[in-house]
Design a protein around this ligand. Structure first.
Ligand SMILES: NC(=O)c1ccc[n+]([C@@H]2O[C@H](COP(=O)([O-])OP(=O)(O)OC[C@H]3O[C@@H](n4cnc5c(N)ncnc54)[C@H](O)[C@@H]3O)[C@@H](O)[C@H]2O)c1
Length: 278
């Protein structure tokens, strides 16, 4: 194992009750985080995830907590970040994984503006508010250093990872609202990385295609056509395991990624590289 992929700081994962956020929290715990705060609008699932994380944590001093919040409520986002700093003294890694899908697909000419507002409100505005509060907390803390076989380097004040999407780069017919929101989330990532790099805050996005979260598993079970579609479109011929996304999040948080900023890691098995004809 490369030493610089180990973590030892305080993590906050927004949208960690379920799916990729939950696995991201587990990966951070496994990589050595001292504490992981599970933030979600669903307190029950966040509690379950928080309890389960104790099984995977590798830091002997590991602590975990739950914070009920909603990315659509500015005050609850600020309270969440204040809570982490008050309880644990700083915020080293923030992961923003709360998000919603399009629901019913519609071409742009038929986009329902209420749906557009709802999706943008959560995926773009909500996540911007999270990033803003997280950056503000990180600005106030001391930077850290990392000592490797070649000496000591500055690794900054904190790291933010946003769960964007392959749809941050390409479209999917009928998925306009989601695609627009994910392009916006990628722009938030680039701008935050650019604006706050001089302060030692790195901001990156992880951009997956289909990931085997419970809803996709249900879909794969009841609808073999979905499996066929994924196999036809994805060069690796299967959906990603959650861990294949969440472990990249832990990597991007680590000292090993200390020069990676304002960019995305596409976890898409090359889906976005080409038009696939068969
Ligand atoms: N699953 C995929 O295949 C896939 C692919 C590409 C990108 N993504 C993105 O990754 C992120 C996570 O996806 P997922 O499939 O794990 O989702 P999910 O629906 O399984 O989990 C999302 C979590 O966020 C929470 N959440 C939703 N809205 C919230 C809000 N307003 N405030 C606070 N918490 C809220 C939910 O309660 C849930 O626990 C999303 O942004 C999604 O767009 C997912």
């Amino acid at each position: 194992m490369i030493n610089s992929t180990r973590l030892d700081g305080i993590a906050l994962v927004v949208g960690s009750g379920r799916g990729i956020g939950r696995e991201a929290a587990f990966s951070l715990a496994e990589a050595g985080a001292k504490a992981v705060v599970f933030a979600d609008m669903n307190e029950d699932t966040a509690k379950e995830s928080s309890e389960e994380s104790k099984k995977y944590a590798s830091n002997p001093a590991y602590q975990t907590a739950v914070f009920k919040m909603n990315v659509q409520d500015d005050k609850s986002v600020q309270d969440m970040v204040d809570y982490v700093v008050q309880e644990y003294g700083r915020l080293d890694y923030a992961v923003n994984a709360a998000g919603v899908d399009n629901g019913v697909h519609a071409p742009i000419a038929e986009v329902d503006v209420e749906t557009y507002d709802r999706i943008m409100n959560i995926n773009a505005r909500g996540n911007l508010i999270c990033v803003r509060a997280q950056v503000a907390a990180m600005q106030k803390q001391e930077p850290k250093t990392w000592t490797s076989r070649n000496g000591t380097r500055d690794i900054g004040r904190g790291v933010i990872i946003n769960l964007a999407s392959a749809n941050s780069f390409v479209g999917l017919p009928g998925k306009g609202c989601y695609t627009i929101s994910k392009h916006a989330f990628m722009a938030i990532t680039k701008m935050a990385g650019l604006d706050h790099a001089p302060e030692g805050i790195r901001v990156n996005a992880v951009c997956p295609t289909w990931v085997r979260t419970p809803p996709l598993d249900v879909e794969l079970e009841k609808n073999p056509e979905v499996r066929g579609m994924i196999s036809a479109i994805v060069p690796i011929k299967r959906a990603a395991e959650c861990e294949e996304v969440s472990d990249t999040i832990a990597f991007l948080c680590s000292p090993a990624a200390s020069y990676i900023n304002g960019t995305s890691l596409l976890v898409d098995a090359a889906v976005t590289t080409t038009v696939r004809l068969f």
